[in-house]
Design a protein around this ligand. Structure first.
Ligand SMILES: Cc1cc2nc3c(=O)[nH]c(=O)nc-3n(C[C@H](O)[C@H](O)[C@H](O)COP(=O)(O)O)c2cc1C
Length: 357
């Protein structure tokens, strides 16, 4: 079965767990997403979800950048320890010594966990022996995990894929070897490297990995609703569920899962709340990024968040044309303030006719 397990009438399983000594209060993990899950995004999601994210993971940080002290890598390491806890910093690369060095730098920031990326499909990462390439080079992966575990005092985890391609599915073997090398949790994205992000994640395989190791397994892939999240938590032996793309569309999703787990209806997100969260995100970005960069980041989130909204395409179109954050919020606020069909029609008229220049 490839589709996530459905919850049905079962009582949802929703239990805290530990990664080594680190308590994970809720079994919900924000997935690492390069170019997305920076500190502003992580804080925004944690705020929208009322603190229901049990573990936050950074976007991957390049060992090249870290060990050469480049600005971009340094920015990727930034976090707010008050609001982002526990935080796992994900590093990627293929060389043992440099991964050790990068892990030490990550641990020195005060992060709770360091995670090794073993799933990135990008050619520029794979070519250098990192990311998903490590699924094909288990001996090297084992050496990296072993040495990183020796070098840092915080737990080390690994995020893997199903395998390199359909003909070489080896997640179970890789997970076992990582566990033997000292990894304290394994996250599994149930797709092969060849699939990239196409097709469906194989949750049967994810469950099989969880049955094969003693350390907690966190499952990843295609979870977009409280029912799907609770379905996999309840009917498969995983300890945590990781959510990526659905959290861009719906940063409230972790709170909604916690609601349903507690027997409540999932919280409904009001238009005013959407504006509040977008403003928070924008303010958090402005605190650390040059003002010229903020509209681009905001557009990325807005584009996903308004998918499926009536006339959301028009809002996205307008937002794409403006240059400043203030102009973007003019459009965002007036869009979400339109409560009736008549008001929305008036907004559309204005959006269609207003001269973009
Ligand atoms: C834009 C984007 C960037 C990603 N970057 C990373 C990354 O830096 N490290 C990583 O381990 N996985 C990365 N992933 C994979 C996700 O963590 C996740 O495993 C995958 O998207 C499946 O989960 P989803 O269906 O909930 O999005 C990325 C995915 C997306 C869509």
């Amino acid at each position: 079965m490839n589709a996530p397990f459905t919850l049905g009438d079962a009582r949802p399983q929703f239990a805290p767990f530990h990664i080594g000594p680190v308590p994970i209060a809720k079994p919900l993990v924000l997935a690492p997403m390069s170019g997305v899950t920076d500190t502003a995004f992580r804080q925004m999601v944690q705020e929208a979800s009322g603190g229901a994210v049990g573990l936050l993971v950074t976007e991957f940080v390049s060992i090249e950048g870290l060990t050469r002290q480049n600005m971009k890598a340094a920015l990727r390491l930034a976090f707010d320890p008050e609001r982002e806890h526990p935080l796992s910093i994900q590093i990627f690369g293929g060389e043992v010594d440099r991964m050790v060095q990068a892990a030490q730098m990550a641990a020195d920031t005060g992060a709770a966990i360091v995670d090794i990326n073993c799933g990135c499909p990008a050619p520029k990462v794979v070519r250098r022996g990192g990311g998903a390439e490590l699924m094909r080079n288990c001996a090297q992966l084992e050496a990296i995990v072993e040495q990183v575990v020796k070098a840092v005092s915080i737990p080390v985890t690994v995020k893997i894929r199903a395998g390199w391609d359909q003909g070489s599915i080896n997640a179970i073997e890789v997970a076992k070897r990582c566990e033997a090398a000292g990894a304290q949790a394994i996250a599994v994205h149930g797709r092969t490297r060849a699939q990239m992000y196409t097709g469906r994640a194989d949750w049967e395989l994810v469950a099989e990995v969880a049955r094969s190791v003693r350390v907690p397994v966190i499952g990843s892939g295609d979870i977009t609703s409280p029912e799907a999240a609770l379905g996999v938590l309840t009917h498969s032996p995983i300890r945590g569920v990781m959510i990526g793309r659905a959290a861009i569309m719906n940063p409230w999703i972790f709170g909604q899962i916690a609601d349903v787990a507690a027997g409540l209806p999932a919280r409904v997100v009001s238009p005013a709340e959407r504006v509040r969260i977008l403003r928070l995100y924008s303010d958090l970005q402005s605190q650390r990024m040059p003002e010229s960069v903020v509209p681009g980041r905001l557009k990325q989130v807005l584009a996903r968040m308004t998918k499926g909204f009536s006339h959301g395409n028009l809002l996205r179109e307008r937002a794409m044309r403006v240059q400043t954050t203030a102009e973007m919020f003019d459009w965002i606020e007036s869009f979400f303030a339109a409560q009736t069909a008549v008001e929305l029609e008036a907004w559309c008229q204005r959006a269609r006719t207003k001269n973009p220049d």
